[in-house]
Design a protein around this ligand. Structure first.
Ligand SMILES: [Zn+2]
Length: 316
């Protein structure tokens, strides 16, 4: 079987282990001869196994796949959408603020990350899950907060979170009390990926979303990276991500105040030196971008100030 049942009606198709990305997870909701894909993954992995997974369940992808639903438009989760749609014809659904990434994948490197030219060059030729070597495609349906999406008898509620990226959504299966949390709440203990945001994201939106999601009463948490959480430990994940975000903010304030003032590059250097925040191994841009967005949120809270030319200071 190309997929594994996690709880009745919900299957996971796990990608290959990809270094610090862990396992990229695609989910299938199967109900009454209908199936919905949540996050098709990259085109190659696990995207290339989704059709087989659907067939293995005794369903016909061309007739029974009712939709390809994306939590957000990042390449590691949405790149496979175009290929799957071309093959089986099911509609692609995503929030409008991330639909542009599907249409113009290179925007991920050009508009979503803070990078210098050398980093952009190296990411362009990277073979990892964040590569953008696929063609753009238009979404068929733009989803919005509060909307309900049906597959068989199952109803998913769309919750726009907007922290990890401007168009990020989570999906709540009310009957199964299962939350598909995408990258807004993912699953890396003591790892920085759980608090990454892109340039369109927001730390305040992320904290607000964590609060709202933690109150849904979810028994199960199905993140876009790594293993699903069944029952008891789901709640701990919200706390782990929130604590990670707050710790990052505190660390930025401490380091900035020790220097007096600093630019983004100096703060990235200090964070790496301090070792108090886990850092990415391969993509510097993810940490740089997250720090950039964090500084903006701290300035909105009146805790830091931009002195111009990219130099920041704390507000005493
Ligand atoms: Zn993402």
């Amino acid at each position: 079987m190309a997929s594994t049942e996690i709880i009745p009606g919900i299957q996971v198709v796990r990608g290959k282990f990809a270094d610090e990305f862990g396992f990229i997870a695609s989910y299938l909701i199967v109900d009454e001869n209908e199936v919905l894909v949540i996050d098709p993954g990259t085109a190659g992995d696990p995207g290339d196994r989704l059709e087989k997974a659907i067939k293995d369940l005794g369903l016909e992808p061309k007739n029974d796949l009712v939709g390809i639903l994306c939590t957000h438009g990042h390449p590691d989760h949405a790149a496979g959408a175009g290929r799957l749609k071309k093959s089986v014809g099911a509609p692609i659904m995503i929030h409008k603020d991330d639909a542009e990434l599907l249409r113009t994948p290179a925007d991920f490197l050009n508009k979503r990350l803070v990078m210098d030219r050398a980093e952009r060059f190296s990411m362009k030729f990277d073979k990892g899950p964040l590569r953008v070597n696929y063609r753009g495609i238009d979404a068929d349906e733009l989803i919005s907060h509060g909307q309900k999406i049906s597959v068989g008898e199952t109803v998913l509620r769309v919750i726009h979170t907007g922290g990890h990226s401007a168009g990020h959504c989570a999906f709540f299966d009310v009957t199964r009390k299962a939350l598909f949390s995408g990258d807004e709440v993912n699953n890396f203990p003591n790892d920085p990926r759980k608090f990454y945001v892109d340039k369109t994201g927001s730390i305040i939106a992320k904290l607000t979303a964590l609060e709202a999601l933690s109150k849904l009463g979810a028994d199960h948490l199905f993140p876009a990276h790594d293993s699903p959480h069944i029952f008891a430990d789901a709640r701990l994940q919200f706390e782990a991500v929130r604590d990670g975000v707050i710790h990052l903010q505190d660390t930025v304030l401490t380091l900035l105040s020790a220097r007096g003032d600093a630019d983004l590059e100096q703060l990235v250097f200090d964070i790496k030196q301090s070792r108090s925040v886990p850092i990415t191994l391969s993509y510097d841009a993810l940490l740089t971008t997250t720090l950039h967005v964090t500084l903006i949120s701290l300035s909105e809270a009146g805790l830091v100030r931009n002195l111009g030319n990219g130099v920041w200071t704390t507000v005493e």
